[in-house]
Design a protein around this ligand. Structure first.
Ligand SMILES: Cc1cc2nc3c(=O)[nH]c(=O)nc-3n(C[C@H](O)[C@H](O)[C@H](O)COP(=O)(O)OP(=O)(O)OC[C@H]3O[C@@H](n4cnc5c(N)ncnc54)[C@H](O)[C@@H]3O)c2cc1C
Length: 425
């Protein structure tokens, strides 16, 4: 490809980079605005997901409903226990089986917004159904961004020589964002010291050969390691495990690499029998090194023509198991602000400021929650807690209900409040 998409449009031109939850949600929401001419670029050959399962939290459902995508996820798409599709994991000591914490939903949670666990592909497909797919271009990777003219237009350079010119850029290109790198060249990601292992086993085998509870369960061990087991639907049970990996070496990678099943299961040899029965059913495992970056003070560029959404704006690396929900919230707020700016006859730069005013404090609060968890680790060390005492203390203080506030956040209300404030109400 050597062509350029450079014919200026009478409409405000926006490019979205990335076809994950953030990019698709941005496409849905921008598609509702008739003064926007948008297109989406995805580097993979098709819109597809990474990983197996995903939790749809209450805040995620709220956004999926606003976006019209909730209707494409049916109750058969997630696992139900005794016909109830609620996913509120129990937290146990993996070495003894002791139940330490059991999360319950807030009592005002509407029936259709209960947390549930499903395949990532179901979420991705549900979003995709609401997108005008003729505006998506796959197999095309953004490599560079430059400014031209008086500096208010952006030129995007892609692999293969293709370029595009737009008024605004939405960086929805995930945790290793090229757009973020352009806006904040100093920002860097680093290995957190944790590694995830992920696999899926057949529910039929699980039912026949293990006594593992068929519900979301976190099994905790010492040194902040855990295994999370959850049915995804009637066919598959997902296993995600986290462990500190101090083995050294620079060959760290955030994408999944096949690894030895034995090397993985050995890490949990001290866990109790139901887990051992389950681990015997594992036939493959993938390993992901966890990378994260420090908080960005702002999710927009200095010229106010680039917005970062989803993991690009908050490199938290899976923290809270709600990143897809945050991505949808970003997209919703971004588009709602554009609508507001258009209606009020304001420059779109004002909108980006508003987007940032609404979203950046939210991310600040998320990072503060992570800092709180780091204090728990310090306290554990200071008190010399070990073994089952260590596990109990960590679970009670890190995995407690106060740390679930983000699942109840209502981004649309936060946006309304910010607009009212601007109008001086
Ligand atoms: C282990 C783990 C468990 C998690 N569990 C949950 C959960 O239960 N619930 C939940 O809500 N969230 C969960 N998350 C977080 C969630 O996966 C992410 O927050 C979410 O996928 C972010 O969406 P995104 O669209 O911002 O980024 P991504 O999903 O990473 O999508 C980015 C897209 O951009 C494309 N791209 C990247 N660079 C370029 C480029 N240069 N040019 C063109 N395209 C590009 C990529 O190919 C990709 O398709 C978890 C994360 C991890 C790591």
């Amino acid at each position: 490809m050597t062509s350029t998409n450079s014919v200026p449009s009478a409409k405000f031109e926006v490019a979205i980079i990335g076809g994950g939850p953030a990019g698709l949600a941005a496409a849905i929401e921008l598609g509702k605005l008739d003064f926007i001419d948008w297109r989406l670029y995805e580097k993979k050959p098709a819109i597809s997901e990474i990983g197996n399962g995903i939790t749809l939290q209450r805040n995620t459902w709220r956004m999926l409903e606003f976006m019209g995508a909730a209707q494409h996820i049916s109750s058969d798409d997630y696992f139900k226990q005794n016909d109830v599709a609620r996913y509120y994991p129990q937290h146990r000591n993996g070495r003894t089986g002791e139940l330490i914490n059991e999360r319950q939903p807030r009592s005002d949670t509407p029936l259709n917004r209960h947390s549930c666990r499903t395949h990532r592909a179901k979420l991705q497909q549900a979003l995709l159904k609401e997108v005008d797919q003729s505006r998506i271009r796959v197999g095309i990777k953004l490599t560079e961004i430059s400014r031209f003219g008086s500096g208010d237009r952006l030129r995007l350079h892609f692999d293969g020589g293709f370029t595009d010119e737009v008024d605004m850029l939405v960086g929805a290109d995930g945790i290793r964002s090229t757009v973020r790198q352009f806006v904040f060249p100093e920002h860097c990601m680093s290995f957190t010291g944790f590694t995830f292992y992920r696999t899926v086993v057949r529910m039929e085998d699980v039912r026949n050969k293990s006594d593992i509870p068929l519900a979301g369960q976190f099994w905790h061990g010492t040194d902040a390691k855990w295994i999370f087991t959850t049915p995804l639907d009637e066919n598959d049970l997902e296993i995600t495990a986290r462990v500190k990996d101090q083995s050294g070496g620079d060959e760290r990678a955030s994408w999944g690499r096949n690894t030895s099943v034995e090397a993985f299961t050995q890490l949990y040899a001290d866990f109790k029998p139901p887990l051992q029965q389950l681990l015997k059913l594992v036939t493959y495992a993938q390993k992901f090194d966890v990378f994260a970056g420090s908080r960005l003070e702002t999710a927009i560029d200095g010229s106010k023509s680039i917005a970062l959404v989803g993991d690009a704006s908050h490199p938290l690396s899976g923290a809270f198991g709600a990143g897809a929900g945050f991505a949808l919230e970003d997209a919703y707020v971004l588009a709602d602000g554009l609508r507001w700016a258009h209606t009020e006859g304001r420059p779109f730069a004002d909108e980006l400021e508003l987007f940032d005013r609404v979203r950046s404090p939210h991310y600040k609060a998320l990072y503060e929650t992570i800092d709180d968890n780091a204090l728990v680790e310090e306290e554990l060390k200071a008190r010399g807690l070990q073994g089952d005492d260590e596990i109990r203390h960590r679970v009670k203080n890190v995995w407690n209900v106060e740390k679930t506030w983000m699942f109840y956040h209502e981004a649309d209300r936060a946006m309304r409040d910010a607009i009212d404030e601007l109008r001086g109400k």
